[in-house]
Design a protein around this ligand. Structure first.
Ligand SMILES: O=C(O)C1=C[C@@H](OP(=O)(O)O)[C@@H](O)[C@H](O)C1
Ligand SMILES: C=C(OP(=O)(O)O)C(=O)O
Length: 417
């Protein structure tokens, strides 16, 4: 029974870094994710003058409720959308001139509804090149707060960024949301804000955040549920068993719900208090599934879909087109390279059954999830290679080693090629 140790959650690590930086006192983050996204977030804080100690298994952050320690900074957000969308709001609550830029991939990704909301709140924010995209500059002078309306139909990260800002404003925030995707990520945000002493609640479509700042704490980061999806899918695909400790009934992350999709397809799933086990049964049925809440696991499902006995149709995932790449088209293109029949629409993908017989080079588009998802298919199809296997560094630099170990642990248990 392979036990798989999954690294910490990217989303939780990013939020904890924001909360710790804004809190009164010193926060210890236990088992944070060490990856390009989270190192980039921590580096951004350092640029803004925060003290961040990074020992291997615990990060220590000296909070500054008054905001960044410097009055000028240039912050490079790399590929991380959490960094690129959360850090500008932290800076907005301070006093100084702060410039943010990001990689070419992240520059392409949208930001407009967030910058519009920040401007509505009186923040002096200028996009230096394309409107609604990085690079941007903020002339910060604190935020008074009040009522604001937000369209988070493209990304919940806009809402998370504003929620995190709420307690740092002078009067608090009332954020009315006209549309929202990836809602479970907002629940992670509000739960973590409460753990850092904030007062936040929801009244229908309005999120109400009281002023009053954050309190430092010691915060343990749970394993990343999106990362775990590759290992759970591997078990379902190969008729073996995988247990992930640290992700159970109390998990904050909605992406653990991916195991319910595997259960509907025929896998046996046991979610206990402190761990989750998926056992493949040899049966993998097709299904139609709405993945609006858990769309980071759409590529995981797409990559195992051809092995199902019927068509797999994934719906309501338009926003996967504005992630690290256009994930609907990237999945379709790579499945076609493997000889699979696929159709896509504005917000859906449908994959016909048909086990690929030979591998191909997977075009990664610099997207970690394309690599990790098609590595799962590689357990059944010989000869799958990647044009950029290293892009897994965004969330899981050790992925290829961990997956090779899983493969060794599974050999002899099922049809692992
Ligand atoms: O808030 C977060 O930590 C995240 C929210 C989700 O993004 P969207 O809200 O843009 O779908 C998710 O895809 C991303 O990997 C992490
Ligand atoms: C979409 C993702 O990342 P982010 O939006 O945080 O860059 C992801 O990790 O799949």
């Amino acid at each position: 029974m392979p036990l798989v140790d999954i690294p910490g959650s990217k989303s939780i690590t990013a939020r904890a870094l924001f909360l710790a930086a804004a809190a009164d006192g010193v926060t210890t983050l236990v088992r944070p994710l060490r990856s390009d996204d989270t190192e980039g977030f921590a580096e951004g804080l350092v640029r803004l003058g925060y003290r961040v100690g990074r020992a291997p298994d615990a990060w220590r952050i000296d909070g500054r409720p008054q905001g960044p320690a410097v009055t000028e900074a240039d912050v490079y957000c790399r590929d991380g959308a959490t960094t690129a969308r959360f850090l500008p709001t932290l800076a907005a609550a301070g006093h100084g001139t702060y410039r943010f830029d990001a990689s070419a991939q992240m520059r392409r990704r949208p930001l407009a509804p967030l910058s519009r909301a920040l401007r509505d709140l009186g923040v002096d924010l200028v996009h230096e090149q394309a409107e609604g995209h990085h690079p941007l500059r903020i002339a910060a002078n604190g935020v008074t707060g009040g009522d604001v309306t937000l369209d988070a139909g493209q990304s919940s990260q806009y809402l998370t960024a504003l929620l995190l800002l709420g307690p740092l404003t002078r009067e608090g925030l009332r954020i009315t949301v006209t549309d929202l995707v990836s809602e479970p990520y907002v629940e992670i945000t509000t739960a973590m804000m409460a753990a850092f002493g904030a007062d936040v609640h929801r009244e229908g479509d309005t999120y109400v955040v009281a002023p009053g700042g954050y309190r430092a704490t010691t915060y343990a980061v749970e394993p990343d549920a999106s990362t775990a999806s590759y290992f759970f899918a591997a078990a379902a695909l190969t008729g073996t068993e995988v247990t992930v400790p640290g992700l159970g009934t109390g998990a904050l992350q909605g992406d653990l719900g991916f195991v319910d999709v595997l259960r509907r397809m025929g896998a046996r799933v046991d979610v206990a208090e402190d761990r989750t086990t998926v056992s493949g049964t040899g049966e993998l049925r097709g299904l139609t599934v709405n993945m609006r809440d858990i769309s980071d696991t759409m590529p995981t499902l797409a990559a195992i879909a051809p092995f199902a006995s019927g068509p797999v149709r994934i719906e309501d995932v338009a926003n996967t087109r504005v992630k690290e790449c256009d994930r609907l088209e990237a999945c379709a293109e790579n499945l076609r390279r493997l000889g699979v029949r696929v159709t896509t629409g504005p917000d859906w993908i449908e994959i016909e059954p048909g086990v690929p017989t030979t591998g191909a080079e997977v075009k990664t588009f610099g997207d970690h999830r394309i690599v990790m998802s098609f590595a799962v298919a590689g357990l059944r199809v010989p000869g799958i290679t990647f044009d950029d296997p290293g892009c897994v560094r965004k969330t899981f630099p050790g992925f290829h080693d961990a997956f090779a170990e899983l493969r060794r642990g599974m050999s002899g248990m099922g049809p692992v090629n």
